[in-house]
Design a binder for this molecule. Sequence first.
Ligand code: KG4
Ligand code: ZN
Length: 359
Amino acid sequence: MKKPYHVLAIETSCDETACAIIRDGRHVVSNIVNSQIDLHQRFGGVVPEVASRQHMHTMLPVVEEALHASGVTWQGVDAIAVTRGPGLAGSLLVGLSTAKAIAFVRGLPLIGVNHMEAHIYGNWLMPDASELAQLRGSVDDAGRLATGARKEPRFPLLCLIVSGGHTELVLVRGHGAYALIGQTRDDAAGEAFDKVARLLGLPYPGGPSIQRAARGGRADAYALPRGLARHGYEFSFSGLKTAVARLLETTRDAPIEDVAASFEQAVVDVLVAKTMTAARDLGVEQIALAGGVAANLRLRRQFVAAAHVPVWIPPLRFCTDNAAMVGSAAYYNLRTGNRSDMSLDIEPGLRLVTEQAAF
Ligand code: KG4
Ligand code: ZN
């Protein structure tokens, strides 16, 4: 039998201190996420200085916990992976310094990973049996139920990455081969959730708060704008945020559940419509969803229902920031010969693709 390959992965790009052990790129042996949400909540958002200091406190205990929970010893770890950007500089530095120190002392290969690429690889990770219900209608569900074995995403794959800082449609032609199809002109989808939550007086992070508040609300209660509906694959969410602000000013007794549901529906409609149009135009084999906003239940449901080709959606715990996805991306990078050396540095503004694809 082939010897298993274990990557120890570290993620500290924003406000989660995370470490995971991944076997052969897809199997999550352990996955520890220490969230700082409680710490930042009273400020209504992430405070960079507070975040990096907290990473300092939790980094080593989280690494030890991930290793302990995995049952893998240091001798069984084959490579060290770490997020090098995009993200908050002070936060990235804590993870990167830790990863470098471990790789140096243990003489292991080191690999710096792009956080957005890692989000895409959330779709390569194996779900637990208990997670299959979350994946109803997606390939994970159909693949597991039909064959008893797990498939992997097929290229060309169109991936919608929606997080707190990014909204990007990316064509994945193969491992490490990305073309940017479209992105937001202003706010990211997650940012819109966070800002509108604040307008509604709901706690940070806004996505889960709005999803909770929208329960039982009428999604068609208010006609809110679908930004750039006629502008191809580009997104815009700042007009929607302004429209919600105006609505709250003019309609003082607007039921919060109706506003939340109408807002959520407006975001989901645009994300789904543009992704499906691009998927048809590009003739892709499969579609995938990734990033923190991919945890949104309305988006997951509508994404699967609207697709004409098989869809991948990660289990909830691999949507929001985690180190498991970093370990998976690192494994496929290592397989294609990509690795870093001790000159590896953080890159807070790192992009997944630098060139806009010409379509
Ligand atoms: O990927 P992520 O954890 O961190 C970044 O890389 O930015 O994404 C965080 C974003 C936040 O804006 C948060 O409000 C949003 O994802 N989010 C959600 C949900 N869960 C997290 N948005 C909508 N619905 C959710 N259930
Ligand atoms: Zn993220």
